[in-house]
Design a protein around this ligand. Sequence first.
Ligand SMILES: [Zn+2]
Length: 364
Amino acid sequence: MKKKKPNYKLRRNIAKVILVFIILIPIFMINKTKIMHAPLYISNSKYSKTLDAFFQINYNTNETKDILDKLKKNKKIDKVDSNYIVELSNKGYSHNSINYMLLNLTKTELTKMLNKKYDKDFEKYILLDLFEWKKYSRYKNYQNKNPKLTIDEVVTRVSLNLDKDQYEETVEEKNPNSLDALVNKHRYISKDYVPNDLVDMEDGYANNMFGVKEIRKETYEQFKKMVDAAKKEDIVFYAESAYRDYDYQKSLYNDYVETNGQEEADKYAAKAGFSEHQLGTTLDIANIWTIEEGDKEYNWIEKNGYKYGFIFRYKKKFEDITGYAEEGWHIRYVGVKTATEIHKKGISYDEYWIKYINKKSSKN
Ligand SMILES: [Zn+2]
């Protein structure tokens, strides 16, 4: 009888399959404790590559210990138990969020985070450039009071101190001479500040003025160009108020309060030091009557003003941000480049300043 030749090929394959299982089972088990997150890159400047590496390896290996030691040595995490990372991860926090927390939160704050429910907003907040951990509870309060706002709007507004009352939590604008200066109900200029390049405006460009006819030189040159261009299209306007010094603004505001009461005064008039008119780059315009939103002069400037560097500061849609009622007569010179960007973005100067100007200058 012919002896059947054993099927070595089949046996080899069975052995291979068994071997693969022997290797794979422990890997599956280990993976249960592995923190599974794809690396993300947040805009936080303190972003840690070392910590990033932590998420690429298995928890509880010598390599993990090395990385944690390195993080501690670099003071990236101070006395933080590596278990925090696993616990936060189990709670649902992403790699990015844990990274941020370890770099920015104290141990007590981390423990609080661990004891609280997973906060899905946290993940979105930390991706915003203006996000600051120390303001987190202010964001949450403001968000609760204004549920219609996006998280981006919440962070922007809290950065402008809009969660505080008017004239509460104020800071000094230290560069009033800059065309970028921001003056609002939370930012003031020194009462001694007087621009050093004020010039007198001629009749025609400045009629029926209340107060002095002075304005900063560049603002005046650009204003004249704008007025002349408008005239060619039969649109006429002129300045009826321009630079105002601290004392003049003070008497103006006090008169307003006396006549109309505090609340009404605060809708239209600024407290001394908090008025843009002290910058010397701001004008109130009129054509016999003071110009308001929707007037043909307003519409012309809305369409063309940016080409000369002018913007409206107090539009109806910005009332919540500026704290002023609509003032279609109040224009501000910020330079052609900035005015063009604001025109394109359709946002208020306050928002533009905190997002694009302040960010740039605070990095220097
Ligand atoms: Zn004004």
